[in-house]
Design a binder for this molecule. Structure first.
Ligand SMILES: C[S@@+](CC[C@H](N)C(=O)[O-])C[C@H]1O[C@@H](n2cnc3c(N)ncnc32)[C@H](O)[C@@H]1O
Length: 216
C-alpha cells in the first residue's frame, strides 16, 4: 500500500484533480503554506477527510514538493454513509487516493474518531495537524487536547470553519489569543503554531534557540 519513497518520480507532473471529488475544501493556502514550510521529512495529519477532496489537494502538493511527508488521514467514515454513486464513503476515499499512492505518496488511513487516532502517535512527532472533523465546541476541544502534545515544537495545528461558533469558542478557550485567522475567498480558518522549545540555560552552556522561534 505504501511504495518506497524512492519510487516517487512522477509527482511533479501530477495535475490537481480535487475539483472532481465531492466535498468541502476552501483552504488551499493553508495546505500550500504547510507543505512549503515543512521540513524534508515530516508527518502530517488530516482529521476529517470525507471523500478526499482536501486530501487530494494536499497529496498533490506534497508530491510536487518532492518532500518525504507521510500523510495520515483520520475519519470515522461511518459504514452506513454512502457517496451518491452507492459506494461507502471510505471506498470512495480510497479510490480517490489511488492516483497519489500510485505515485508513491505515503498515505495511512485511521478509520476511527480523532482523539482515539491521536493515541497511536508519539509525543512531539507530528509536524502538521489539520482539524476538519466534528465542529462542535466539545469535539474541537477534545481534538486540540489530543493532538497538541503530539506536535513538535514549531509545528502547526489548524482547522477549518472558523465561523462555526463551536470552533471559534474551542480555539479561543485553548489558545487565548495565541492563534491567527486566515482568509481566502470569503472563507476563514484558524492557525496555531506550537511554541518553540524552551531554551535551557546552564552555566557555561548557552541554550540553543529553535529554528522555528518567532514564526507564526
Ligand atoms: C466537513 S467533512 C470533511 C470535508 C473534507 N475535508 C473535504 O475536503 O471534503 C467532515 C468529516 O469529518 C468526519 N468526522 C466527524 N467527526 C469526526 C471525528 N470525531 N473523528 C474523525 N472524523 C470525524 C466525518 O465523517 C466527515 O467525513
Amino acid at each position: 500500500m505504501e511504495p518506497a519513497h524512492s519510487e516517487r518520480s512522477s509527482g511533479l507532473e501530477l495535475e490537481h484533480y480535487f475539483e472532481r471529488i465531492e466535498g468541502w475544501f476552501k483552504f488551499a493556502p493553508a495546505y500550500r503554506q504547510a507543505v512549503e514550510e515543512s521540513p524534508n521529512r515530516a508527518t502530517f495529519v488530516e482529521v476529517g477527510c470525507y471523500q478526499g477532496r482536501s486530501t487530494a489537494f494536499l497529496g498533490v502538493e506534497i508530491l510536487r514538493s518532492g518532500k518525504q511527508i507521510s500523510l495520515h488521514c483520520v475519519d470515522i467514515w461511518p459504514p452506513d454513509a454512502f457517496a451518491p454513486d452507492g459506494r461507502t464513503l471510505r471506498a470512495a476515499f480510497e479510490a480517490n487516493m489511488r492516483p497519489l499512492q500510485e505515485r508513491g505518496l505515503s498515505l495511512s488511513l485511521h478509520a476511527q474518531g480523532s482523539p482515539a487516532a491521536a493515541e497511536a502517535f508519539e509525543e512531539r512527532s507530528v509536524d502538521f495537524v489539520w482539524l476538519d472533523g466534528d465542529h462542535t465546541f466539545e469535539a474541537v476541544g477534545m481534538d486540540i487536547a489530543a493532538w497538541l502534545p503530539k506536535l513538535r515544537f514549531g509545528a502547526v495545528l489548524g482547522g477549518d470553519d472558523w465561523r462555526f461558533p463551536g470552533v471559534a469558542r474551542a480555539v479561543r478557550h485553548a489558545f487565548k489569543a495565541d492563534f491567527s485567522i486566515r482568509y481566502h475567498d470569503h472563507w476563514a480558518w484558524w492557525w496555531h503554531r506550537v511554541k518553540a522549545a524552551p531554551t535551557t540555560h546552564r552555566p557555561g552552556r548557552p541554550g540553543r534557540a529553535s529554528p522555528h522561534a518567532g514564526r507564526r
